[in-house]
Write a protein that binds this ligand. Structure first.
Ligand code: SF4
Length: 262
């Protein structure tokens, strides 16, 4: 039997999104699976806080986090989709910028993909690779790890949570359509330059004149206006602590994105 016919070892892969669950899983698995390969599918539209946290995590893990860059960027795929912005029902962004780069990274190798689904989350499917050579493992679910444990893992590591959790409930692109009104207001407040860039994507359809918007309730200016006026009426700060807790506590609802936001 020649070397070339010997079976290749199974690869162990853990995808980081810059979110708290996948970060905690990486910390949790670091010493359990030393041969783990970490990767991060950068959409090119990540928040600066996410990129900063991935760097910190890489340092903590003591291994490189492979940056997967899609061959083409968001604007290329937007054009390919006739300038229709992605939406919860049309998730072409996740497929092209996250899922396909991941599958290319694995190729035909036998691999175990470690997914950060917690024990206190309902069953979820979708946006996990269905390729037969990629096998899924969920150590948090197997070991009964809940949101409280995740918070503890991050705290005890000394890393804590990425800074965007002060105003946003999930990782992902700065213009992600899953954001709540108050999170758009947060983007406007903390990253006005990115908010303006997100606004530039909202434009009328050349044929129908209909405005494509990130949020189904209207243009980003209107969304932020509404969020701010709610706060004026309530005489509360722009983003209340309770709201952040509510959003964070609901981070496992089924409109989230396993690849982008865990
Ligand atoms: S974070 Fe949102 S906008 Fe970005 S790829 Fe994921 S679903 Fe699409």
């Amino acid at each position: 039997m020649t070397d070339s016919l010997e079976k290749k070892p199974v690869r162990h892969l853990l995808g980081l999104s810059g979110g708290k669950d996948s970060s905690a899983l990486a910390i949790y698995m670091r010493d359990k699976v030393p041969e783990m390969e970490y990767f991060f599918a950068d959409t090119g539209a990540e928040l600066p806080e996410t990129l900063e946290f991935i760097d910190l995590l890489e340092n903590y893990l003591g291994k490189p986090v492979v940056r997967l860059n899609a061959d083409r960027d968001f604007d290329y795929y937007l054009q390919l989709h006739n300038n229709f912005l992605p939406s919860p029902r049309q998730r072409w962004c996740t497929v092209n910028l996250k899922l396909i780069p991941f599958e290319k990274f694995v190729g035909n190798d036998e691999a175990i993909s470690y997914i950060a689904i917690r024990a206190d989350e309902p069953s979820r499917s979708g946006y996990i690779s269905k390729k037969p050579n990629i096998h899924t493992r969920m150590p948090f679910r197997d070991d009964g790890i809940t949101i409280e444990d995740v918070e503890n893992i991050l705290e005890s590591s000394g890393l804590g949570k990425p800074k965007y959790y002060d105003w946003r409930s999930r990782s992902g692109c700065y213009f992600c359509f899953f954001q709540q009104q108050e999170e758009w207001a947060g983007l406007n407040k903390y990253h006005p330059d990115l908010f303006e860039k997100a606004k530039e994507y909202e434009r009328p359809d050349e044929r129908t004149g209909k405005l494509f918007t990130w949020n189904p309730t209207g243009s980003l200016d209107k969304v932020v206006q509404k969020a701010n006026s709610k706060n004026v009426q309530c005489k509360k700060p722009l983003i209340s602590k309770k709201l952040i807790e509510n959003i964070a506590g609901n981070s496992d609802d089924n409109d989230g994105c396993l690849i982008c936001m865990k």
